[in-house]
Design a protein around this ligand. Structure first.
Ligand code: FES
Length: 68
């Protein structure tokens, strides 16, 4: 059985692991990520994962996250 893995913004075809160094280098918040990369700015399904990445530095997720 495959384990659920969510590791990217599907709309922008961008893995979270590629975003994290940019977030750290430029001290981006979610709005910055969306404006600068387009990630999170289309369907929005990756936004809760981007939030979690910003908070914890995780880039691979194995659970469904939804907006607060
Ligand atoms: S998956 Fe990131 S905006 Fe759609």
């Amino acid at each position: 059985m495959n384990r659920l893995t969510i590791d990217r913004c599907v709309c922008r075809k961008t893995p979270f692991v590629k975003l994290l160094p940019l977030v750290r280098e430029h001290r981006w918040d979610l709005a910055d990520v969306m404006r600068e990369t387009g990630c999170g700015a289309n369907c929005g399904l990756c936004r809760p994962y981007l939030r979690r990445m910003l908070a914890t530095g995780e880039t691979v997720f194995h659970e469904i996250l939804t907006e607060p």
